[in-house]
Ligand binder design. Structure first.
Ligand code: PAF
Length: 282
């Protein structure tokens, strides 16, 4: 596996693989890899012959009071993990390579509506930062397919919409959420939990599962399901931002004939803001 930092080096590698008729699959990350990321690489395997992962902590998607400066950065360990997972190229640009004129006044990509609800309401500008950097990375790599985790369900939905509306020639692959044995979804932000908070953290997934069971049993009082989810989280010491039942395809309000729903939540526990979701097929 090669580690490169410039856009020109990525393009040269991709050109050579294309000449050899190889399909290229891309896994964008912010580094600090865990098993969840390795499952993205695993999901990539079925879709091509060459694998590129990017490691870039994107300043544009962090709000002024968020954890950009403190976001865990572990590039040496990440490099070993990617090599062991069979990745061919690790792209680790610095901020100046991605935003040569600075990120604050940089050209932006916006997916309106979808970016303003749920997490977007609590993290203004976050999804604009995500769609901008993902659009740039997809232009740099020009992969046949790119893999995103279902753990960030709203992000996945925003990216799918952007790719479709900007006619970008890439397939978006969704990889299932990887969980610890007690149900907690893997996330770099779990590191912010104290030992006591870590014990309580699986309550987030349990609240989602309880809501999904009610939906699967035919209940349609979404407001009551959402209220109960919020109450369950508060009982466990979380400070929830939202707990919501949505249509899976576009995060709109569920309709009587919706066959695929998703229950999503974001909640703070101590220093950590955790997000998770569970899909329900009816
Ligand atoms: O999910 C992430 O790690 C990031 O939001 C992404 C997609 C790599 C864009 O910075």
């Amino acid at each position: 596996m090669r580690r490169v930092t410039s856009i020109a080096e990525v393009r040269a590698a991709v050109r050579a693989w294309r000449r050899a008729d190889q399909r290229i699959v891309f896994v964008p990350t912010m580094g600090n890899l865990h098993e969840g990321h390795l499952s993205l690489i695993e999901a990539a395997r079925a879709h091509g012959e060459r694998f590129i992962a990017s490691l870039f902590v994107n300043p544009m998607q962090f709000g002024p009071n968020e954890d950009f400066a403190h976001y865990p950065r572990t590039p040496e360990r990440d490099e070993r993990m990617l090599r062991d997972a069979g990745c061919d190229l690790m792209f680790m640009p610095d901020v100046a390579e991605m935003y040569p004129h600075g990120h604050e006044g940089a050209t932006r990509v916006e997916v309106p509506g979808l970016s303003d609800i749920l997490c977007g309401e609590f993290r203004p500008g976050h999804f604009q930062g995500v769609s901008t950097v993902v659009c740039k990375l997809l232009h740099i790599v020009e992969p046949d397919a790119a893999v995103f985790g279902e753990k960030d369900f709203q992000q996945l939905t925003v990216i799918r919409r952007m790719v479709s509306e900007l006619c970008m020639p890439v397939s978006i692959i969704a990889a299932a959420t990887v969980r610890d044995s007690d149900g907690l979804a893997m996330s770099s932000r779990n590191q912010y939990l104290t030992a006591a908070e870590r014990q309580r953290a699986p309550a987030l997934y349990q609240a989602l599962v309880a809501a999904a069971r009610r939906l699967a049993a035919g209940e349609r009082d979404y407001a009551d399901i959402e209220r109960e989810g919020l109450r369950a989280l508060e009982r466990e010491g979380f400070r929830p931002d939202y707990f919501a039942v949505k249509r899976a395809e576009d995060l709109g309000p569920p309709a009587a004939d919706s066959a695929h729903l998703v229950v999503l939540t974001a909640a703070r526990l101590g220093r950590a803001r955790l997000i998770d979701n569970v899909q329900v097929r009816l």
